[in-house]
Design a binder for this molecule. Structure first.
Ligand code: GLN
Length: 494
């Protein structure tokens, strides 16, 4: 069997093309790895039969010399993506039994290129959360453990299953989505790479909506090169998503020269938040030094509206969610409650929604409905939208002054214990302080594993780029990755 722990998309692609490996061998290795990893609860629907059929088809294409980069590459797919004929539940009870009749644009692009689907991956319910605790399937578990402890840690959220699966070698890469940090935070917590592209770079069609003006899909991979390869395959305009941008998709892998001499990297002073852990502060300083050594110019910048971003997000995202989730009413999709004699349509809606949605989703729907209500719309929703514009302008001013990318920590801590998020949801919202501004401004952001804390847990640095400049961003991330030299893997306990 192939030693899958050493492979990346890039190395597997080259072996597949040379005929030194078949997609079927590779896929079978992953299927058996997944069978032995139920303790991680990363996969919530396994699709080995589909995977084997796709692998055989990919091998035929490889033999015929018609093989795009993703051909034969085994992937995990976040449960938020509609996959034709395969359960797609957004980890929610309300979508129990839902098997879409259609394929999301992202998965059809990937499968069209010959990629293989190993199964659907765990996540927070409707992508609401930072710890994968709100999943109807129970949390995914981080393959990493703190030194000397066997306590279960969160892989982060909402793309927790994707992060755990990539870190534990249960796929070569995974799809994720990011509304406020859900690709970058779990990537940082598990020592993998995750990029949220510019809003509009990747089609949202067929991705179950959380907050439509913030949601973007992106790859979660073992390294920056793989992120570049997979992002190229996922990107592009789509007539079915009017917010997808009509822009040519560059070959992002070709942008990886590693030469960042002359680039200007901004360090935003507002991200040195009160109580920033000394370990995170040191990681950030180390990252600054690495980019400087590589020839970048480091400048201090100010993003003055940063402190208003989190509250604005927790108005805008629930507002959009309350509207998007109105469609789950027991009529069209998934679950419908058992009704009693005398129940009418209102009881049907109420009982279905009360049973089908978990507590975090219900909280968001209530917040969203409240901030959109006639008496409070101006005070909350409209004000949050104005704050959003100011946050965006902060970034625009920094870029206009010559900054090419911005370096920040990805998260305020390393992976925390499972159970903490449910204990204090408001505290959990603070997890996204460094990532949420990027979604509000629609910018690309990438998390790169850059070090380990004193307990041996991975830590990530975030780079934020200019709109549509993912190639440049990936190249700066590539330079940081090479300097950081993060190669640690979780010790296997599962
Ligand atoms: N943790 C944030 C939230 O709960 C972000 C989640 C996401 O990016 N999907 O809304």
């Amino acid at each position: 069997m192939t030693d899958i722990s050493k492979l990346t998309i890039a190395t597997a692609r080259d072996l597949l093309r040379k005929g030194e490996l078949t997609s079927r061998e590779l896929t079978d290795s992953y299927i058996s790895a997944i069978e032995g990893a139920d303790a991680l609860n990363a996969y919530v629907h396994k699709t080995p039969d589909i995977a084997r059929a796709q692998a055989d088809a990919a091998d035929a294409r490889l033999k015929a010399g018609d093989a795009p980069d993703m051909c034969g590459i085994p992937l995990g797919i976040k449960d938020l993506f509609a996959t034709k004929g395969v359960a797609s539940q957004a980890a929610s009870g309300i979508l129990a039994g839902f098997k879409p009749e259609y394929e999301s644009t992202v998965t059809s692009k990937l499968f069209g290129d010959g990629a293989v689907m190993l199964g659907k991956l765990n996540m927070d319910e409707f992508a609401m959360g930072s710890a994968n605790e709100s999943s109807v399937y129970g949390p995914a578990v981080n393959p990493w453990r703190a030194a000397g402890s066997d306590a279960a840690l969160t892989p982060g959220g909402s793309s927790g299953g994707s992060a755990a699966a990539v870190a534990a070698d249960l796929c070569l890469a995974a799809t994720g989505t990011d509304t406020g940090g859900s690709i970058r935070q779990p990537a940082a917590f598990t020592g993998v790479t995750g990029i949220k592209p510019t809003y509009g770079r990747v089609s949202r069609w067929g991705i179950i909506a959380y907050a439509s003006s913030l949601d973007q899909a992106g790859p979660m991979t073992k390294d920056v090169r793989d992120a570049a390869i997979m992002l190229t395959a996922m990107s592009g305009t789509d007539p079915k998503d009017s917010t997808s941008a009509d822009l040519a998709v560059p070959d992002f892998e070709a942008a990886l020269t590693g030469d960042i001499r002359g680039k200007t990297i901004g360090i935003p002073r507002e991200y040195r938040i009160d109580g920033l852990s000394p370990e995170i502060a040191k990681l950030w300083d180390d990252g600054i030094a690495m980019l400087k050594d590589a020839g970048a110019k480091i400048v201090d910048i100010s993003l003055p509206h940063t402190k208003y971003a989190l509250p604005a997000y927790y108005v805008i995202a629930p507002a959009e969610a309350s509207s998007n989730l109105a469609r789950y009413d027991g009529v069209r999709f998934g679950h419908r409650a058992q009704l009693s004699a005398g129940d009418g349509i209102n009881e049907m809606y109420e009982k279905t929604r009360a049973e089908g949605f978990g507590p975090e989703v219900q909280r968001r729907i209530m917040i969203g409905t409240y901030v959109l209500s006639a008496g409070f719309y101006d005070a909350y929703y409209n004000r949050a939208r104005r704050v959003r514009t100011l946050v965006k302008q902060d970034f625009e001013q920094a870029f206009a002054a010559g900054v090419d990318a911005i370096l920040t920590p990805a998260t305020p801590s390393s992976a925390f214990a499972l159970g903490m998020e449910s204990a204090d949801p408001v505290q959990a919202y603070l997890n996204d302080v460094f990532t949420i501004t990027v979604n509000l401004a629609g910018l690309p952001g990438i998390s790169v594993p850059a070090g380990q804390d004193s307990k041996g847990l991975p830590l990530g640095l975030q780079l934020i780029g200019k709109p549509w400049e993912e190639g440049d961003l990936l190249n700066i991330a590539y330079s940081l990755e090479r300097a950081a030299g993060f190669v640690a893997k979780p010790a296997r306990w599962w």
